[in-house]
Design a binder for this molecule. Sequence first.
Ligand SMILES: [Zn+2]
Length: 302
Amino acid sequence: MSNQIKKLPFLSLIIASSIILSTMYFINFAYSQSKPSVDGLKVRSCSCVAFRLDDVEDFPYSSPLIGVMEVFREKNIGLTIGVVGKNIDVDTKQVYYYIKQRLMNHGGNNGAAIEIANHSWEHGRFLNFTFVEQSNSVRKTNEKIESIFGITPTVFIPPYFEYNNDTIFAMHENNMRFISANDTDSSVYSRFSNSTIYHLPATAETGCNKCNATKSYASANKSYPWHGIEYEETLNQIKKSIHQYGFAVVVMHPAEYSLEHDAVAFQNTLDLKQLRQLELLIDKIQEEGLHIVTMGNMINHY
Ligand SMILES: [Zn+2]
């Protein structure tokens, strides 16, 4: 627990009490019901896949971002986008206007509309932040999203997949329900613990930064820092995740959909070749009989 909480025993007591009381009432559905399969034990599965588009902001990659969001609109499927609070509704506002239009056409967060998630205020490293700084970042972003889009996010995506116990407290303080980091999880906040906040980690990806040497991507040239992944590889990650957890969350970044991303000359131009991989991936997921849903809606598919 942070020093800030220690300095505020009364607040700490309230938070701790509310966690205990609510824990008695709720269950960590997504994870405690979906523990990794052991020795062939079958996990409870929603047979569903959520796509998570990170780093949604008005610069520098508005074209790749809009290009990816358009694929989901054309195919009429749900998408969760991680908005960086400070950097939306600024610059040319192209991404902002696009999202605004989508929300008007689809009526809020329902159906195949875009689900807006909180991806922090300035994309800072939360492990370097105090509890108060983390909570302020979450709150300011929620307030801005509410004021410009009229939507209250329930999903928080910590930048760089980094979070700790203070992040969970900050989410409680801001009435958020889902956190999505990655499946390395955290020793502090175990996915096997009961909690009112569900952890829906990214378990698959369409691109990767400095790809882990243990992974083998057919198209990956290890001398380049950012790779787009071919759809077969992502599909394998999804199948593995469904088998292990009962769901899959696919993380995407505008970088892999930016032209010349693999030459480290990122451009604000859509890479149609990589976008085609995304279209093929979505088609294959649907052919497998898996549902594509937003992250906040995933729990309703069990
Ligand atoms: Zn990010």
